[in-house]
Write a protein that binds this ligand. Structure first.
Ligand code: SF4
Length: 73
């Protein structure tokens, strides 16, 4: 059973597979907009509204836990 969590606001959304997330924190470090935080070893994206769509977080995640990340069309 998958454990995928989605954060969204009016302009952006992200899905993270919490089974794959190992809390490496690479996305927390790389994100220029401070979208991510680590809580109890898993990443959260409460600040998704600040996302600038640079996609650095997807590239840096060592377990490909960040599945999709996009502005709304
Ligand atoms: S796409 Fe860029 S700005 Fe948006 S959450 Fe990922 S690293 Fe942060």
């Amino acid at each position: 059973m998958s454990n995928i969590k989605k954060w969204e606001d009016l302009d952006h959304w992200v899905e993270i597979d919490l089974d794959k997330c190992v809390g490496a924190g690479e996305c927390v470090e790389v994100c220029p907009a401070d979208v991510y935080e680590l809580n109890n070893g898993k990443v959260t994206a409460e600040n998704i509204g600040e996302c600038t769509d640079c996609l650095a977080c997807q590239d840096v995640c060592p377990t490909n836990a960040i599945l999709r990340h996009s502005a709304w069309d």
